[in-house]
Design a protein around this ligand. Sequence first.
Ligand SMILES: Cc1cc2nc3c(=O)[nH]c(=O)nc-3n(C[C@H](O)[C@H](O)[C@H](O)COP(=O)(O)OP(=O)(O)OC[C@H]3O[C@@H](n4cnc5c(N)ncnc54)[C@H](O)[C@@H]3O)c2cc1C
Length: 374
Amino acid sequence: MHDVLVVGLGAMGSAAIYHLASRGARVIGVDALDPPHSLGSTHGRSRIIREAYFEHPSYVPLVRRAYENWSALEGESGETLYRRTGGLMVGPPQSALVRGTLDSVSTHGVDVETLSADEIVQRFPAFQPEPGMMGVYEQNAGMLFPEACVRAYLRLASAKGAEVLTQTRVLSLAREEGLITATTTAGVIKAKRIIVAAGAWTRDLFATLGVELPLTVERQTMHWLEPVAESDLLGPDRFPIAIFEYAPGRMFYVMPNLGDGVKAAIHYEGAFTSAESIDRAIGESDTTPVLELAKRFVPSAAGGIRESAVCTYTNTPDLDFIVDTVQGMPEVVLVSACSGHGFKFASAIGEAVSQLALGERVDADLSHFRGDRW
Ligand SMILES: Cc1cc2nc3c(=O)[nH]c(=O)nc-3n(C[C@H](O)[C@H](O)[C@H](O)COP(=O)(O)OP(=O)(O)OC[C@H]3O[C@@H](n4cnc5c(N)ncnc54)[C@H](O)[C@@H]3O)c2cc1C
């Protein structure tokens, strides 16, 4: 009998199984594929981490814990999982991005500098903010390497005694006599508790439990740009990760060139789809808007598109997370509805849901992520 079954071993599930195994729990994790893989939400070589969180101040304590846990994972695994680049949020002073960032700064005392458009250009010459825009610069922001993080968590979880089953799909879930029963392609697994971290497949899996979740799956694309000319202004020492609010409520982000080109993407604005029916082909309707925005804000990086990939966001109606037990089912923990901004938190959320599943006191404040808020 397992204490906890973790379904899905991407960002959230791999962190959860590691923290469960670290606490001595008898834990089994299953994944339909072989993570890290490129069919879910955790591929593409880099993810932004930042502390002055424009989305809501309640994320700040969680991301502070996440920084600590990523650093601990780096130490324990001996791998490089994070690159500090600094982070710049750019938009008009009244934009959701700038106002939201400054709101988190004043609530939690995050160390930032505000920059005028001219100061941005002087400091980071590759950027071309528009007149009337300003920037909020945070030194500690940077990039995580998601595939390496997942690999490190799974390797260390196995070393601590966790059972990891890949290429094993959970077909359905049931609650019987106080236990969770998962019917999988490799037989039946029983556990006292379950953490469902199935990303874009979460809604389908919960339907087998008779639970209807208000989640949508959004197609996203990410792109690596061909520079106009090779330049050290595009590297991580001169080019922080940056988000531009290019029109009210609409965001475009870039990450420095680590040898494969500046990475660029539009946040949201994708087609609604499902994990199974998603269009994985990249077309001009994906590349043209990104290249146009890159020409507008980082012109020297925008010589063309070198590479692209398709990915999924699993969104809640308000774009905040759900990290909670399911109403009326205290043994079922839902974790991976992270609305396209969850990776940076995985190390802290994995820890929090391990405590939740084991009935321990949860150190993190998860009140902003309750599942019964609708
Ligand atoms: C393009 C893009 C850019 C992003 N940028 C950022 C960023 O810069 N910063 C940030 O913090 N976040 C970012 N995010 C969001 C972040 O990457 C995701 O929130 C996070 O990776 C989701 O992880 P997950 O564990 O929920 O899902 P996944 O990693 O997709 O894991 C789900 C796993 O469940 C498995 N699974 C599904 N169904 C079953 C089943 N029935 N049985 C067994 N296994 C199953 C799948 O095979 C998969 O491995 C971005 C996302 C995308 C798509």
